[in-house]
Design a protein around this ligand. Structure first.
Ligand code: NAD
Length: 475
Protein backbone atom coordinates (compact mmCIF):
# COMPACT_ATOMS: atom_id res chain seq x y z
CA UNK A 1 0.00 0.00 0.00
CA UNK A 2 1.43 3.40 -0.96
CA UNK A 3 1.82 6.09 1.71
CA UNK A 4 -0.96 7.99 -0.01
CA UNK A 5 -3.50 5.30 0.67
CA UNK A 6 -5.52 4.93 3.84
CA UNK A 7 -6.40 1.68 5.61
CA UNK A 8 -9.37 0.91 3.41
CA UNK A 9 -7.08 0.89 0.39
CA UNK A 10 -8.74 3.88 -1.24
CA UNK A 11 -7.33 7.39 -1.32
CA UNK A 12 -8.61 10.13 0.97
CA UNK A 13 -10.01 13.03 -1.05
CA UNK A 14 -7.06 15.27 -0.09
CA UNK A 15 -4.62 12.51 -1.11
CA UNK A 16 -6.28 12.47 -4.55
CA UNK A 17 -5.41 16.10 -5.10
CA UNK A 18 -1.90 15.59 -3.72
CA UNK A 19 -1.42 12.76 -6.19
CA UNK A 20 -2.50 14.96 -9.10
CA UNK A 21 -0.26 17.75 -7.79
CA UNK A 22 2.75 15.39 -7.53
CA UNK A 23 2.29 14.20 -11.12
CA UNK A 24 2.40 17.81 -12.30
CA UNK A 25 5.34 18.66 -10.03
CA UNK A 26 7.54 16.32 -12.12
CA UNK A 27 7.33 18.89 -14.90
CA UNK A 28 8.38 21.80 -12.66
CA UNK A 29 11.94 22.36 -11.58
CA UNK A 30 11.75 24.11 -8.24
CA UNK A 31 12.87 23.19 -4.73
CA UNK A 32 10.70 20.44 -3.15
CA UNK A 33 10.01 22.43 0.04
CA UNK A 34 8.49 25.22 -1.98
CA UNK A 35 6.12 22.81 -3.69
CA UNK A 36 5.19 21.44 -0.24
CA UNK A 37 4.23 24.98 0.85
CA UNK A 38 1.93 25.39 -2.16
CA UNK A 39 0.33 22.00 -1.46
CA UNK A 40 -0.29 22.55 2.28
CA UNK A 41 -3.53 23.95 3.73
CA UNK A 42 -2.65 27.22 5.50
CA UNK A 43 -5.56 27.48 7.98
CA UNK A 44 -8.23 25.03 9.10
CA UNK A 45 -11.03 26.25 11.37
CA UNK A 46 -13.25 23.48 12.73
CA UNK A 47 -16.11 24.64 14.91
CA UNK A 48 -19.01 23.29 16.90
CA UNK A 49 -21.88 25.56 17.90
CA UNK A 50 -25.29 25.04 19.49
CA UNK A 51 -28.55 25.85 17.72
CA UNK A 52 -31.99 25.42 19.24
CA UNK A 53 -34.12 23.38 16.85
CA UNK A 54 -37.67 22.93 18.15
CA UNK A 55 -37.27 22.15 21.84
CA UNK A 56 -33.86 20.53 21.45
CA UNK A 57 -30.37 21.99 21.38
CA UNK A 58 -28.39 20.56 18.44
CA UNK A 59 -24.63 20.79 18.23
CA UNK A 60 -23.64 21.67 14.68
CA UNK A 61 -20.27 20.72 13.17
CA UNK A 62 -18.87 23.14 10.60
CA UNK A 63 -15.64 24.16 8.85
CA UNK A 64 -13.89 26.95 7.02
CA UNK A 65 -10.54 26.19 5.40
CA UNK A 66 -8.19 28.69 3.80
CA UNK A 67 -5.83 26.70 1.64
CA UNK A 68 -3.60 29.48 0.33
CA UNK A 69 -2.88 33.10 1.16
CA UNK A 70 -0.64 33.79 -1.85
CA UNK A 71 -3.42 36.11 -3.02
CA UNK A 72 -6.07 37.72 -0.84
CA UNK A 73 -8.93 37.52 -0.16
CA UNK A 74 -9.45 33.77 -0.04
CA UNK A 75 -12.46 32.56 -1.96
CA UNK A 76 -14.59 29.45 -2.01
CA UNK A 77 -18.09 28.07 -1.63
CA UNK A 78 -19.95 26.80 1.39
CA UNK A 79 -21.68 23.43 1.19
CA UNK A 80 -24.41 21.94 3.33
CA UNK A 81 -24.32 18.14 3.41
CA UNK A 82 -24.19 15.30 5.92
CA UNK A 83 -20.98 14.16 4.16
CA UNK A 84 -19.09 17.32 5.15
CA UNK A 85 -15.81 16.53 6.92
CA UNK A 86 -12.39 18.14 7.34
CA UNK A 87 -10.69 16.14 4.59
CA UNK A 88 -13.39 17.08 2.08
CA UNK A 89 -13.32 20.80 2.89
CA UNK A 90 -9.51 20.91 2.83
CA UNK A 91 -9.52 19.28 -0.59
CA UNK A 92 -12.16 21.58 -2.02
CA UNK A 93 -10.23 24.59 -0.66
CA UNK A 94 -7.08 23.33 -2.40
CA UNK A 95 -8.99 22.87 -5.66
CA UNK A 96 -10.12 26.50 -5.36
CA UNK A 97 -6.50 27.70 -5.17
CA UNK A 98 -5.54 25.82 -8.35
CA UNK A 99 -8.77 26.80 -10.10
CA UNK A 100 -8.39 30.54 -9.41
CA UNK A 101 -4.81 30.49 -10.71
CA UNK A 102 -5.85 28.83 -13.99
CA UNK A 103 -8.52 31.41 -14.80
CA UNK A 104 -6.49 34.40 -13.54
CA UNK A 105 -8.80 35.17 -10.63
CA UNK A 106 -6.62 36.86 -7.98
CA UNK A 107 -7.78 34.91 -4.91
CA UNK A 108 -6.38 32.23 -2.63
CA UNK A 109 -8.48 29.08 -2.32
CA UNK A 110 -10.92 28.46 0.55
CA UNK A 111 -13.97 26.34 1.29
CA UNK A 112 -16.58 25.99 4.00
CA UNK A 113 -19.07 23.39 5.01
CA UNK A 114 -21.78 22.70 7.55
CA UNK A 115 -22.67 19.11 8.38
CA UNK A 116 -26.44 19.25 7.95
CA UNK A 117 -28.96 17.82 5.52
CA UNK A 118 -30.81 20.90 4.24
CA UNK A 119 -33.54 18.68 2.77
CA UNK A 120 -34.66 17.59 6.24
CA UNK A 121 -34.39 20.95 8.04
CA UNK A 122 -36.93 23.78 7.84
CA UNK A 123 -35.81 26.99 6.15
CA UNK A 124 -36.18 28.88 9.49
CA UNK A 125 -33.66 26.51 11.06
CA UNK A 126 -31.32 26.64 8.05
CA UNK A 127 -31.39 30.42 8.45
CA UNK A 128 -30.56 30.16 12.16
CA UNK A 129 -27.64 27.82 11.43
CA UNK A 130 -26.35 30.00 8.57
CA UNK A 131 -26.45 33.15 10.68
CA UNK A 132 -24.71 31.47 13.62
CA UNK A 133 -22.03 30.03 11.31
CA UNK A 134 -21.43 33.52 9.90
CA UNK A 135 -21.03 35.00 13.40
CA UNK A 136 -18.48 32.29 14.19
CA UNK A 137 -16.54 33.23 11.03
CA UNK A 138 -16.64 36.92 11.98
CA UNK A 139 -15.41 36.16 15.51
CA UNK A 140 -12.31 34.42 14.17
CA UNK A 141 -11.74 36.87 11.29
CA UNK A 142 -12.50 34.21 8.68
CA UNK A 143 -14.81 36.37 6.56
CA UNK A 144 -14.59 39.85 5.02
CA UNK A 145 -14.21 41.56 1.63
CA UNK A 146 -10.40 41.53 1.90
CA UNK A 147 -10.07 38.38 4.03
CA UNK A 148 -12.23 35.50 2.87
CA UNK A 149 -15.30 35.64 0.64
CA UNK A 150 -17.71 32.66 0.61
CA UNK A 151 -20.04 31.68 -2.27
CA UNK A 152 -22.69 29.01 -2.94
CA UNK A 153 -21.83 25.35 -3.40
CA UNK A 154 -23.57 22.00 -2.99
CA UNK A 155 -26.77 22.51 -0.95
CA UNK A 156 -26.57 26.33 -0.77
CA UNK A 157 -27.69 29.18 -3.03
CA UNK A 158 -28.66 32.84 -3.20
CA UNK A 159 -30.86 32.61 -0.12
CA UNK A 160 -28.02 31.48 2.17
CA UNK A 161 -25.65 34.09 0.67
CA UNK A 162 -28.19 36.83 1.51
CA UNK A 163 -28.35 35.65 5.13
CA UNK A 164 -24.55 35.64 5.33
CA UNK A 165 -24.36 39.19 3.99
CA UNK A 166 -27.11 40.42 6.31
CA UNK A 167 -25.43 38.87 9.37
CA UNK A 168 -22.06 40.32 8.37
CA UNK A 169 -23.57 43.78 7.86
CA UNK A 170 -25.41 43.73 11.18
CA UNK A 171 -22.16 42.97 13.01
CA UNK A 172 -19.98 45.29 10.89
CA UNK A 173 -22.41 48.14 10.31
CA UNK A 174 -20.91 51.09 8.45
CA UNK A 175 -18.53 48.93 6.43
CA UNK A 176 -19.06 50.50 3.01
CA UNK A 177 -17.67 47.39 1.28
CA UNK A 178 -19.74 44.89 3.26
CA UNK A 179 -21.55 43.66 0.13
CA UNK A 180 -18.26 42.18 -1.06
CA UNK A 181 -18.06 39.82 1.95
CA UNK A 182 -19.91 37.09 0.04
CA UNK A 183 -20.78 36.39 -3.61
CA UNK A 184 -23.62 34.51 -5.27
CA UNK A 185 -26.14 36.92 -3.75
CA UNK A 186 -29.45 37.72 -5.46
CA UNK A 187 -29.21 40.67 -7.86
CA UNK A 188 -31.45 42.74 -5.56
CA UNK A 189 -28.89 42.22 -2.76
CA UNK A 190 -25.79 43.24 -4.71
CA UNK A 191 -25.42 40.09 -6.78
CA UNK A 192 -24.33 40.21 -10.40
CA UNK A 193 -26.48 39.17 -13.34
CA UNK A 194 -25.27 35.83 -14.69
CA UNK A 195 -23.79 34.37 -11.47
CA UNK A 196 -26.47 31.72 -10.94
CA UNK A 197 -25.84 29.99 -14.26
CA UNK A 198 -22.11 30.83 -14.45
CA UNK A 199 -20.65 27.44 -13.51
CA UNK A 200 -22.95 25.55 -15.88
CA UNK A 201 -22.29 28.07 -18.66
CA UNK A 202 -18.54 27.78 -18.07
CA UNK A 203 -18.86 23.99 -18.37
CA UNK A 204 -20.64 24.51 -21.69
CA UNK A 205 -17.98 26.93 -23.00
CA UNK A 206 -15.14 24.59 -21.97
CA UNK A 207 -16.65 21.49 -23.61
CA UNK A 208 -17.63 23.45 -26.73
CA UNK A 209 -14.02 24.61 -27.06
CA UNK A 210 -12.74 21.02 -26.80
CA UNK A 211 -15.26 19.85 -29.41
CA UNK A 212 -13.68 22.24 -31.88
CA UNK A 213 -10.18 20.75 -31.56
CA UNK A 214 -9.84 18.42 -34.56
CA UNK A 215 -7.00 16.24 -33.22
CA UNK A 216 -8.82 15.63 -29.94
CA UNK A 217 -12.12 14.79 -31.60
CA UNK A 218 -10.49 12.44 -34.11
CA UNK A 219 -8.50 10.76 -31.31
CA UNK A 220 -11.76 9.58 -29.73
CA UNK A 221 -13.56 8.92 -33.02
CA UNK A 222 -15.92 11.91 -32.90
CA UNK A 223 -16.78 14.60 -35.42
CA UNK A 224 -15.75 18.20 -34.79
CA UNK A 225 -18.41 20.44 -33.16
CA UNK A 226 -20.91 20.15 -30.34
CA UNK A 227 -24.08 19.80 -32.39
CA UNK A 228 -25.51 16.28 -32.22
CA UNK A 229 -23.16 15.07 -29.45
CA UNK A 230 -24.91 12.68 -27.04
CA UNK A 231 -24.58 13.84 -23.45
CA UNK A 232 -25.36 12.36 -20.02
CA UNK A 233 -25.52 14.63 -16.97
CA UNK A 234 -25.46 13.51 -13.34
CA UNK A 235 -27.05 16.00 -10.92
CA UNK A 236 -29.78 18.45 -11.90
CA UNK A 237 -28.88 21.09 -9.33
CA UNK A 238 -27.43 24.52 -10.01
CA UNK A 239 -24.45 23.37 -12.10
CA UNK A 240 -26.04 20.36 -13.80
CA UNK A 241 -29.31 22.06 -14.70
CA UNK A 242 -27.70 25.10 -16.30
CA UNK A 243 -25.04 23.06 -18.12
CA UNK A 244 -27.80 20.76 -19.45
CA UNK A 245 -29.86 23.77 -20.60
CA UNK A 246 -26.97 25.38 -22.49
CA UNK A 247 -25.99 22.09 -24.17
CA UNK A 248 -29.61 21.46 -25.17
CA UNK A 249 -30.12 25.01 -26.50
CA UNK A 250 -26.97 24.72 -28.59
CA UNK A 251 -27.81 21.52 -30.41
CA UNK A 252 -26.34 18.75 -28.23
CA UNK A 253 -28.63 15.83 -27.34
CA UNK A 254 -29.17 15.17 -23.63
CA UNK A 255 -29.87 11.42 -23.65
CA UNK A 256 -29.90 10.85 -19.87
CA UNK A 257 -30.20 12.79 -16.63
CA UNK A 258 -29.39 11.23 -13.26
CA UNK A 259 -30.58 12.38 -9.84
CA UNK A 260 -30.44 10.84 -6.33
CA UNK A 261 -33.63 8.83 -6.75
CA UNK A 262 -32.85 7.41 -10.21
CA UNK A 263 -32.17 8.40 -13.79
CA UNK A 264 -34.19 8.94 -16.97
CA UNK A 265 -33.17 8.02 -20.50
CA UNK A 266 -34.30 8.77 -24.03
CA UNK A 267 -31.85 8.08 -26.85
CA UNK A 268 -33.56 10.73 -29.04
CA UNK A 269 -32.98 13.41 -26.40
CA UNK A 270 -34.68 14.97 -23.39
CA UNK A 271 -36.15 18.46 -23.27
CA UNK A 272 -34.30 19.90 -20.27
CA UNK A 273 -36.81 22.58 -19.31
CA UNK A 274 -39.68 20.08 -19.48
CA UNK A 275 -37.73 17.67 -17.24
CA UNK A 276 -37.02 20.48 -14.79
CA UNK A 277 -40.71 21.41 -14.66
CA UNK A 278 -41.58 17.75 -14.08
CA UNK A 279 -39.01 17.64 -11.25
CA UNK A 280 -40.50 20.78 -9.68
CA UNK A 281 -44.05 19.48 -9.88
CA UNK A 282 -43.37 15.92 -8.76
CA UNK A 283 -40.29 16.20 -6.56
CA UNK A 284 -38.52 13.62 -8.75
CA UNK A 285 -37.25 13.27 -12.31
CA UNK A 286 -38.60 9.71 -12.46
CA UNK A 287 -41.70 8.90 -14.52
CA UNK A 288 -41.03 11.73 -16.97
CA UNK A 289 -43.50 10.89 -19.78
CA UNK A 290 -40.98 11.01 -22.64
CA UNK A 291 -38.30 8.81 -21.03
CA UNK A 292 -37.46 5.41 -19.57
CA UNK A 293 -36.70 5.17 -15.83
CA UNK A 294 -33.37 3.75 -14.63
CA UNK A 295 -33.80 2.76 -11.00
CA UNK A 296 -30.12 2.44 -10.11
CA UNK A 297 -28.97 6.01 -10.72
CA UNK A 298 -25.26 5.06 -10.87
CA UNK A 299 -25.94 2.89 -13.91
CA UNK A 300 -26.70 6.01 -15.94
CA UNK A 301 -22.98 6.85 -15.85
CA UNK A 302 -22.24 3.62 -17.71
CA UNK A 303 -24.55 4.20 -20.69
CA UNK A 304 -23.20 4.64 -24.22
CA UNK A 305 -22.66 8.40 -24.90
CA UNK A 306 -20.16 10.89 -26.31
CA UNK A 307 -19.86 13.16 -23.28
CA UNK A 308 -20.48 12.41 -19.61
CA UNK A 309 -20.88 15.34 -17.22
CA UNK A 310 -20.79 14.42 -13.51
CA UNK A 311 -22.30 17.52 -11.84
CA UNK A 312 -23.29 16.26 -8.40
CA UNK A 313 -20.66 14.89 -6.04
CA UNK A 314 -17.07 13.75 -5.69
CA UNK A 315 -15.71 10.20 -6.24
CA UNK A 316 -18.66 8.98 -8.32
CA UNK A 317 -16.35 7.39 -10.90
CA UNK A 318 -14.07 4.98 -9.09
CA UNK A 319 -12.01 1.85 -9.71
CA UNK A 320 -15.12 -0.37 -9.58
CA UNK A 321 -17.07 1.36 -12.35
CA UNK A 322 -14.36 3.10 -14.43
CA UNK A 323 -13.96 0.14 -16.78
CA UNK A 324 -17.65 0.21 -17.58
CA UNK A 325 -17.73 3.92 -18.49
CA UNK A 326 -18.34 4.22 -22.24
CA UNK A 327 -18.14 8.01 -22.63
CA UNK A 328 -15.38 9.32 -24.90
CA UNK A 329 -15.17 12.63 -23.06
CA UNK A 330 -15.77 13.32 -19.36
CA UNK A 331 -16.30 16.91 -18.28
CA UNK A 332 -15.78 17.30 -14.54
CA UNK A 333 -18.49 19.82 -13.64
CA UNK A 334 -18.51 18.60 -10.01
CA UNK A 335 -15.40 18.85 -7.86
CA UNK A 336 -13.34 15.66 -7.77
CA UNK A 337 -15.83 13.25 -9.39
CA UNK A 338 -13.08 10.83 -10.53
CA UNK A 339 -10.80 8.99 -8.08
CA UNK A 340 -7.08 8.65 -8.99
CA UNK A 341 -7.49 4.91 -9.67
CA UNK A 342 -10.37 5.59 -12.04
CA UNK A 343 -8.38 8.42 -13.63
CA UNK A 344 -5.61 5.99 -14.56
CA UNK A 345 -8.05 3.42 -15.96
CA UNK A 346 -9.82 6.05 -18.06
CA UNK A 347 -6.53 7.55 -19.25
CA UNK A 348 -5.45 4.12 -20.50
CA UNK A 349 -8.77 3.77 -22.33
CA UNK A 350 -8.02 7.07 -24.10
CA UNK A 351 -10.96 8.96 -22.57
CA UNK A 352 -10.47 12.75 -22.67
CA UNK A 353 -11.02 14.16 -19.18
CA UNK A 354 -11.61 17.89 -18.87
CA UNK A 355 -10.56 18.54 -15.26
CA UNK A 356 -12.61 20.26 -12.56
CA UNK A 357 -9.87 22.78 -11.75
CA UNK A 358 -10.52 24.28 -15.16
CA UNK A 359 -14.02 23.22 -16.21
CA UNK A 360 -16.08 24.38 -13.23
CA UNK A 361 -14.14 27.64 -12.77
CA UNK A 362 -16.99 29.68 -14.30
CA UNK A 363 -18.59 30.12 -10.88
CA UNK A 364 -15.56 31.65 -9.24
CA UNK A 365 -14.85 33.76 -12.33
CA UNK A 366 -18.25 35.42 -12.16
CA UNK A 367 -17.99 35.60 -8.36
CA UNK A 368 -14.85 37.66 -9.00
CA UNK A 369 -16.92 39.96 -11.25
CA UNK A 370 -19.53 40.26 -8.48
CA UNK A 371 -16.85 41.10 -5.90
CA UNK A 372 -15.43 43.81 -8.21
CA UNK A 373 -18.94 45.20 -8.76
CA UNK A 374 -19.54 45.35 -5.00
CA UNK A 375 -16.25 47.17 -4.41
CA UNK A 376 -16.89 49.66 -7.21
CA UNK A 377 -20.50 50.19 -6.09
CA UNK A 378 -21.75 50.46 -9.66
CA UNK A 379 -23.56 48.08 -12.00
CA UNK A 380 -21.59 46.83 -15.02
CA UNK A 381 -22.57 48.80 -18.13
CA UNK A 382 -24.18 51.68 -16.22
CA UNK A 383 -21.59 54.23 -17.30
CA UNK A 384 -21.08 53.18 -20.92
CA UNK A 385 -24.37 51.69 -22.17
CA UNK A 386 -25.97 54.91 -23.43
CA UNK A 387 -22.65 56.32 -24.65
CA UNK A 388 -22.02 53.17 -26.70
CA UNK A 389 -25.57 53.31 -28.13
CA UNK A 390 -25.08 56.96 -29.18
CA UNK A 391 -21.71 56.21 -30.82
CA UNK A 392 -23.20 53.19 -32.62
CA UNK A 393 -26.09 55.35 -33.89
CA UNK A 394 -23.68 57.96 -35.30
CA UNK A 395 -21.59 55.21 -36.89
CA UNK A 396 -24.67 53.63 -38.45
CA UNK A 397 -25.81 56.98 -39.87
CA UNK A 398 -22.44 57.40 -41.59
CA UNK A 399 -22.61 53.87 -43.05
CA UNK A 400 -26.20 54.37 -44.28
CA UNK A 401 -25.27 57.68 -45.96
CA UNK A 402 -22.14 56.20 -47.48
CA UNK A 403 -23.89 53.06 -48.82
CA UNK A 404 -27.13 54.89 -49.71
CA UNK A 405 -29.02 52.07 -48.02
CA UNK A 406 -31.30 51.88 -44.99
CA UNK A 407 -30.75 49.07 -42.50
CA UNK A 408 -33.85 47.22 -41.25
CA UNK A 409 -35.27 48.04 -37.80
CA UNK A 410 -34.40 44.53 -36.55
CA UNK A 411 -30.76 44.86 -37.67
CA UNK A 412 -30.61 48.39 -36.27
CA UNK A 413 -31.76 47.20 -32.86
CA UNK A 414 -28.99 44.62 -32.80
CA UNK A 415 -26.23 46.98 -33.94
CA UNK A 416 -27.22 49.96 -31.77
CA UNK A 417 -27.51 48.04 -28.52
CA UNK A 418 -25.09 49.11 -25.75
CA UNK A 419 -23.71 46.48 -23.34
CA UNK A 420 -25.92 45.37 -20.44
CA UNK A 421 -24.48 43.81 -17.29
CA UNK A 422 -25.42 40.29 -18.41
CA UNK A 423 -23.68 40.81 -21.79
CA UNK A 424 -20.46 41.97 -20.13
CA UNK A 425 -20.48 39.19 -17.53
CA UNK A 426 -21.08 36.49 -20.13
CA UNK A 427 -18.46 37.81 -22.53
CA UNK A 428 -15.94 38.01 -19.66
CA UNK A 429 -16.76 34.43 -18.73
CA UNK A 430 -16.57 33.15 -22.30
CA UNK A 431 -13.22 34.84 -22.86
CA UNK A 432 -11.87 33.43 -19.58
CA UNK A 433 -12.95 29.87 -20.38
CA UNK A 434 -11.58 30.01 -23.94
CA UNK A 435 -8.24 31.45 -22.77
CA UNK A 436 -7.93 28.93 -19.94
CA UNK A 437 -8.58 26.04 -22.31
CA UNK A 438 -5.92 27.11 -24.79
CA UNK A 439 -3.33 27.84 -22.09
CA UNK A 440 -3.78 24.28 -20.80
CA UNK A 441 -3.51 22.87 -24.34
CA UNK A 442 -0.34 24.89 -25.00
CA UNK A 443 1.34 23.49 -21.86
CA UNK A 444 0.14 19.97 -22.73
CA UNK A 445 1.72 20.27 -26.18
CA UNK A 446 4.94 22.02 -25.23
CA UNK A 447 5.76 19.69 -22.31
CA UNK A 448 4.35 16.59 -24.08
CA UNK A 449 2.01 15.90 -21.16
CA UNK A 450 -0.48 13.12 -21.79
CA UNK A 451 -3.61 14.49 -20.16
CA UNK A 452 -5.36 17.78 -19.53
CA UNK A 453 -5.45 17.38 -15.74
CA UNK A 454 -1.68 17.27 -15.32
CA UNK A 455 -1.25 20.13 -17.79
CA UNK A 456 -3.84 22.20 -15.88
CA UNK A 457 -1.99 21.57 -12.59
CA UNK A 458 1.34 22.59 -14.18
CA UNK A 459 -0.21 25.83 -15.44
CA UNK A 460 -1.71 26.54 -12.05
CA UNK A 461 1.35 25.68 -9.93
CA UNK A 462 3.57 27.82 -12.17
CA UNK A 463 1.28 30.80 -11.65
CA UNK A 464 1.27 30.33 -7.87
CA UNK A 465 5.08 30.05 -7.83
CA UNK A 466 5.17 33.28 -9.79
CA UNK A 467 2.99 35.06 -7.20
CA UNK A 468 5.09 33.77 -4.31
CA UNK A 469 8.25 34.90 -6.11
CA UNK A 470 6.79 38.38 -6.56
CA UNK A 471 5.93 38.44 -2.84
CA UNK A 472 9.59 37.74 -2.19
CA UNK A 473 8.83 34.52 -0.29
CA UNK A 474 10.57 32.19 -2.74
CA UNK A 475 14.20 33.02 -3.54
P1 NAD B 1 -26.66 21.56 -5.94
O1 NAD B 1 -26.90 21.23 -4.54
O2 NAD B 1 -27.35 22.73 -6.54
O3 NAD B 1 -26.97 20.30 -6.89
C1 NAD B 1 -26.48 19.01 -6.69
C2 NAD B 1 -27.47 18.06 -7.34
O4 NAD B 1 -26.93 16.74 -7.30
C3 NAD B 1 -28.81 18.02 -6.57
O5 NAD B 1 -29.86 18.18 -7.50
C4 NAD B 1 -28.80 16.64 -5.92
O6 NAD B 1 -30.10 16.11 -5.74
C5 NAD B 1 -27.98 15.84 -6.92
N1 NAD B 1 -27.42 14.61 -6.36
C6 NAD B 1 -27.00 14.36 -5.10
N2 NAD B 1 -26.55 13.09 -4.97
C7 NAD B 1 -26.70 12.54 -6.19
C8 NAD B 1 -26.44 11.25 -6.71
N3 NAD B 1 -25.92 10.29 -5.94
N4 NAD B 1 -26.71 11.00 -8.01
C9 NAD B 1 -27.24 11.97 -8.81
N5 NAD B 1 -27.52 13.22 -8.37
C10 NAD B 1 -27.25 13.49 -7.09
O7 NAD B 1 -25.07 21.71 -6.06
P2 NAD B 1 -24.25 22.46 -7.19
O8 NAD B 1 -23.98 23.84 -6.74
O9 NAD B 1 -24.88 22.22 -8.51
O10 NAD B 1 -22.85 21.68 -7.10
C11 NAD B 1 -22.65 20.44 -7.75
C12 NAD B 1 -21.16 20.17 -7.84
O11 NAD B 1 -20.53 21.24 -8.55
C13 NAD B 1 -20.43 20.07 -6.51
O12 NAD B 1 -19.38 19.15 -6.64
C14 NAD B 1 -19.86 21.46 -6.33
O13 NAD B 1 -18.74 21.47 -5.47
C15 NAD B 1 -19.49 21.78 -7.75
N6 NAD B 1 -19.36 23.21 -8.03
C16 NAD B 1 -20.40 24.07 -7.82
C17 NAD B 1 -20.26 25.42 -8.13
C18 NAD B 1 -21.40 26.40 -8.02
O14 NAD B 1 -21.26 27.54 -8.48
N7 NAD B 1 -22.53 26.04 -7.48
C19 NAD B 1 -19.03 25.90 -8.61
C20 NAD B 1 -17.98 25.00 -8.82
C21 NAD B 1 -18.17 23.66 -8.52
Amino acid sequence: MSKNQNKTGSYSFFNCIEKNFDKAAQFISIEKGLLEQIKACNSVYRMHFPVKIGKEIKVIEAYRVQHSHHKLPCKGGIRYSMKVNQDEIMTLAALMTYKCAIVDVPFGGAKGGIKIDPQTISSENIEKITRRYTSELIKKNFIGPGIDVPAPDYGTGEREMSWIFDTFLSLRSGDVDALACVTGKPVSQGGVRGRKEATGLGVFYGIRELCHVKEDMYSVGLDVGLVGKKIIIQGLGNVGYHAASFFHENGAIIIALAEREGAIYNKKGLNVSKVFLHLKNNGSILNFPEAKNIKNTEKALELECDILIPAALENVIHKNNANRIKAKIIGEAANGPITPEADEILDKKGVIIVPDIYLNAGGVTVSYFEWLKNLSHVRYGRMEKKFRENVNAEFLKVIETFCKKTISIKEKKMILRGPREIDLVRSGLEDTMINGFHKICDIKKSLKIENMRTAAFVLSINKIIDSYERLGIFP
